[in-house]
Each structure stands twice: as C-alpha cells, then as structure tokens.
Design a protein around this ligand. Structure first.
Ligand code: ZN
Length: 431
C-alpha cells in the first residue's frame, strides 16, 4: 500500500493507476486494465504522463537523485472533482424543519417556509460549511443553484453566494444558477428583465428554471431561452424531476434549441421522467438531445430519496435517468451531489463520490473507475467550446490519490484520500 513521504510536494508519482477514459487510446493494458503510469510534476503542473517502466524508483539511480518520488504501488488517481449541481442556499437546514412530507413537492413546501427566515449570516455559515467540506474532499469546481422567486430584486442568498464565489475563487471556483419557477417567464418582458438582472450580477452566472408538469408552460420555456440568448447567458434547468410519463420538458427543450438556434450552453439536471416513459419515446428524446449541446446531470441520491416516495411504502421505481442510453449516444453526462442535509435529501457530505456510489448501484454502472468516473471530472462539459481533458501536459497537477481503493471495487474504500492541489498535498495523513 502507498505510504507518502513527509515531503508534501512530489516531483514524480510512480506506479499510479489512472482511469481508462483519461488515457490515450494506444496506452498499454494488461488483463483489461490500463498499465500503471509515471506522472512527473514540475512547478505544480503536469510535466509528463508515461507508462511506468518500473525503473524510476531504483535505489541509487543517479537520474533520480534529489527527486521526491512517491511510489503509489498501484493506488488510484483521479483528476480533481467537479460538483456540477448543488444547493448551497438550502443546505444544512434539515435539523430545524421538523417533519417533512415525503416527495419533491413536500420538500419544496418545507423549504419555502424555512426560507422566509433566512438571513445573510445564516446562509453564509451554511454555505461556507459546504464549501469547506467540498474543498477537503477534492472538489475544484462547483456549481450551485439558488432559489429565486422574486420578480424584482435578488434573493438574499444570491448575493451571499456571490460574495462566497469571490472569496473562494482561488480555491474552489463557484458558479451560480438562478433557480426560478417557470411561471416567472410567462410574460416575455418579465423574462427579459430577469435575464438582464442575472447577467448583471457577476461572472459565473447561469439562467435557471424549474420545469415540471405542475408548472408546465411551453411559452414560458421559450421566453426563458429567448431572454438567455438576448443577454448571452448559458442555461441550467431542473428538468422533469418526476415520474410522470407526460413530462415533456426535455423533449421540448431539445426541439426549442434546434428551432431557435440557441447558441449558449444548456444543462438539464434530473430528467427522471425518461425512466417512466415508453422506451421508444424516451429514446427518441435522447436522440434529439444528442443533436444539441445539452449536458445531462444525474443526481442519484436525491432521486432515490424523493422519487416514488410515499409514507410507509417501499419505492418501486428508482428515478435515475437513462444515463447508459445517453452515453451511448455521445451525450455528455455528469453526476453530482444535489441537495445535502436539507428537506430534499437528509444525507450527503459534499463528497461527489458519495453520490457516485449511489449511482453505481442504482444505475448498475459497469467499470465505474475506468468509464464512469469521467462524469465526476469533466468541468468542460459545463460550458461551450472544445473538449478539454483534465490532467494534461502543462495543466495544474490537481488530483486525488485513493491509496486504499482498487480499480475493481471503486468507489469502495475511497474515503481515505490525498488531495494534491497544484502538485502539493492539501493535508498529509499523520504518519
Ligand atoms: Zn437540484
């Protein structure tokens, strides 16, 4: 097992096990597993990644004199994590809420009541706790939604999260999405006003909305897209978070993007309804999504807890969307934490691997490390532009070392990890 030296800034990581998705196609493999790698780090950036030759750590090798080598002995490495969908405004409110009715709409009702008492200090304290946990877990890019019901002005939490995004920018870049009910976009002028307000409220913002059969309005969705285009905003929607097969938000969005030629980037989170629809209908929707720049996000923890939820009844459906079918079509799929310790989800820790573990089981995902861990690491899938793999030559050496995990059982035993930021260990374990 890998035991790090006391020097927290290694020049060379040898015998490192990287995930298959990150390696070039001609990378050697043995027994269907990629060969181990040597990763050289210079001035906090990746200098090279090459197949391990087995000779770098030979005692007395003059080529390695003065080089701080960590022999990982096959320990797993992932690039720094992305948590693409969270709710820092709502987090950690659960202990003060009392009984909450099961299901999504019950959680929304409980949250609305609590929200009326929010103060700047309350939101800041809870959100900072979340950022701290995420940073320690190895997250290097986070996106949070923020409830926004006000037709005029901005909610308290939006401004608090802006302050926090500024304060944390050097450690953990934070993007904000306005989570607005669709009815706010029924009036075209109001939609435009809201988008202008969002666009003026700082960098890293997205126009968001809650699209559900309980508030379905295709004209409002169109206005949301038109307003985003007017102000050059990307979009991030809570989409079809339900098991009603009649939910058609995702299909409508895919058609709308094509029809109006929307040029911005679009994220659709949840998409649970696909799992309740007739197979042919759901697959036709995914075919349409594959022709757009939509990135899908799946949120297994909340879906498992909120979908098909009734008191004293075991759920029959899991709510996870059709992520295997999406990937086969080349659709970008991310996996994220969503709600943490609030009425929507009482568990969670801002370690994206916790949600990932739930997703592996709920979605029966094959090769979680070599294939699906990509869904935790692709920050470039949250924006337009060319693909940009992490951990490339010249890029920052931001990565996680899972010294007790294996490629066969991942993500089991990943709790114990070393986080390297710019090539330096955040915190070495006490030896
Ligand atoms: Zn959410």
């Amino acid at each position: 097992m890998f035991t790090p030296t006391n020097n927290s800034t290694p020049d060379l990581l040898t015998n490192a096990r990287l995930p298959g998705w990150l390696l070039p196609k001609d990378w050697p493999s043995k027994l269907d597993q990629p060969e181990l790698a040597d990763i050289r780090v210079t001035l906090g950036c990746i200098a090279s990644i090459t197949p391990c030759t087995g000779s770098v750590d030979t005692a007395g090798n003059p080529a390695n004199l003065g080089v701080n080598i960590w022999d990982l002995a096959g320990a797993l490495i992932l690039p720094a994590l992305v948590d693409a969908h969270t709710h820092l405004d709502k987090t950690f409110t659960l202990p003060r809420l009392g009984a909450v009715k099961p299901g999504l709409l019950g959680a929304i009702a409980a949250m609305m009541q609590d929200r009326s008492g929010w103060t700047t200090n309350d939101v800041r304290q809870r959100a900072e706790q979340a950022l701290t946990w995420a940073y320690r877990a190895g997250v290097s890019h986070m996106r949070t939604h923020c409830d926004w019901w006000e037709p005029d002005g901005a909610p308290i939490a939006w401004n608090v999260l802006e302050d926090l995004a500024h304060a944390w920018s050097g450690r953990l870049p934070l993007e904000r999405v306005s989570l607005m009910p669709l009815h706010l976009f029924v009036d075209r002028n109001m939609a435009s006003k809201l988008a202008a307000n969002i666009a003026a409220s700082g960098p890293g913002v997205r126009l968001g909305g809650f699209v559900h059969t309980s508030n379905w309005n295709p004209a409002a969705l169109r206005h949301l897209f038109e307003a985003a285009a007017q102000y050059g905003l990307d979009i991030d929607l809570h989409m079809d978070e339900e098991l009603n097969p009649a939910a058609c938000g995702l299909a409508t969005t895919a058609a709308l993007i094509k029809e109006i030629g929307f040029a911005g980037h679009v994220v659709c989170g949840h998409n649970c309804a696909l799992s309740a629809q007739e197979e042919l209908q759901a697959l036709a929707t995914l075919d349409a999504v594959a022709q757009t720049n939509i990135t899908l996000i799946t949120l297994p923890l909340t879906n498992l807890l909120l979908q098909d939820a009734l008191t004293d009844r075991t759920p029959r459906q899991r709510g996870i969307t059709l992520i295997k079918e999406a990937r086969v079509r080349g659709i970008r799929v991310l996996l994220a934490s969503d709600n943490v310790q609030d009425p929507f989800c009482h568990v969670g820790s801002y370690d994206p691997l916790e949600a990932f573990a739930a997703g592996v089981l709920a979605g029966q995902l094959d090769k979680p490390f070599d294939t699906w861990s990509e869904s935790l690491c692709r920050g470039d899938w949250l924006r337009s532009g060319p693909a940009a793999l992490p951990l490339q030559i010249g890029g920052k050496a931001d990565m996680l070392i899972f010294k007790e995990a294996s490629g066969w059982s991942f993500p089991s035993r990943t709790h114990d990890r070393i986080v390297l930021r710019g090539g330096t260990a955040l915190q070495l374990p006490i030896l």
